[in-house]
Design a protein around this ligand. Sequence first.
Ligand code: NAD
Length: 499
Amino acid sequence: MNQQDVFKTLELHVDKGSIVSTSPIDGALLGKVQENTPQDIQQMITKATACFKEWRLIPAPKRGALVRLFGEELRKNKEALGTLVTLENGKILQEGLGEVQEMIDICDYAVGLSRQLYGLTIASERPGHRMMETWHPLGPVGVITPFNFPVAVWAWNFVLAIVCGDPVIWKPSEKTPLTALASANLFERAVKAFGKAPQGLLQLAFGYQEVGEMLVNPPHLPLISATGSTGMGRAVGEGVARRFGRSLLELSGNNGMILAPSADQELAMRAIAFASLGTAGQRCTTLRRLFVHTSIQAQITHRLKHIFANAVVGNPLEAGTLIGPLIDKRSYEDMQKALEVARVQGGVVQGGERVLTDKYPEGYYVRPALVEMQKQTEIVKTETFAPILYVMPYTDFDKALAQHNDVSQGLASCIFTNDVREAEIFLSSRGSDCGIANVNIGPSGAEIGGAFGGEKETGGGRESGSDAWRNYMRRATNTINYSHELPLAQGIRFDVGDA
Ligand code: NAD
């Protein structure tokens, strides 16, 4: 699908505004949107608050019907939106389409969920009493998203919030405003087909960091869900905590794999290639640290060097490309700085250089870098959002595990082994300290059915499946007395006599 058809299909009219969207593919101008002012944001909050008062009264399965309609719009427009993701973010087309598929999947999930927002019934110590939990809509939610999953991360939050009864103000990345606008246009079509939804279920707040801050500080948004770097999350988390709001933080990862001598090496090679090279190393779950047993180190490193040297880097719209461009020049510079530091800290670097400069002088394409390190130095412990894989040898499993956990981030992890003891230890309480821990499957490409997120500086939030919906609701504990007595707790007697 060409760009003109994509824009027409998604009803994008984007020729005015201070935020300029360019394609990482070749630096071409894609469009412009207007940055929102503090007054706009205030109005959005007022509108979302009014919308919430109506939307919370609509039964949840009916709210789910709106999400079903949105899922249908996404199915119809998957090619257009997936292509736009590639144009604006630079990930390969199959990944752009895959991102829209994730949106469709989470819609399906949320529709089912809309009939399963349940609480517990709890045994009461008092005769003639019943105790239970009920879950109520929480209020308008602020959703702040990064550039690397410009629409899926939002959809994971948005459709759950909608079935839970909460309107959303979405602050997309300033690097990917058009995919946000297109998604909002598709949602608007669903709202029209639905017929009777209150105004303001989804509002877009365009802008830079300052616009994100405007959502964080006022007390009107009881939940801020923020996905991005740890630095951003620290600012958001502190701001929201100061006003006793709730935050759901999905932050940086620095994901590791332990490759044991008993592993199926064919499986492992494919997993390493996808997890370290996919999305040009710009996934929060990208594999960045590989601990290889010394007995297989030589052959694994040899094969990886070949894979890294030959992986097809190129235009992400072209079939056969595996690695598209980095998002921008700054990202390229950060990668170069990290490689320089790695060299100083003893690393032997293969790759990492800029390529395709003649064809795309404004595109930042790089050969992925494989860095052999003798030990895990400070640079290895830092997330560099680019395709760099650090490979380190180990001899003792327990020491490798300790090294694996010795980073400030705690998102995704995996072990490749056929030794059941190693596998079970890795998943046990003394094993991986990450929110995602896998055996014989790489750290990236999570399914929406599970709770997604990580520990430590990754922020502790959980999104998507399992019981993540509870983030978007408030819990009330209810006790009902159907007896003629008023037994007090803890056996207390409190005699007030006759009136
Ligand atoms: P970023 O932190 O630069 O920006 C993310 C969003 O936060 C943007 O919309 C930005 O405008 C906004 N923002 C920045 N500072 C803010 C502040 N002080 N207050 C409010 N909003 C603010 O991240 P990025 O470069 O767009 O994305 C890459 C990062 O995101 C990586 O670190 C990656 O690991 C992480 N990430 C994490 C997950 C996860 O689920 N854990 C998923 C995707 C990306």
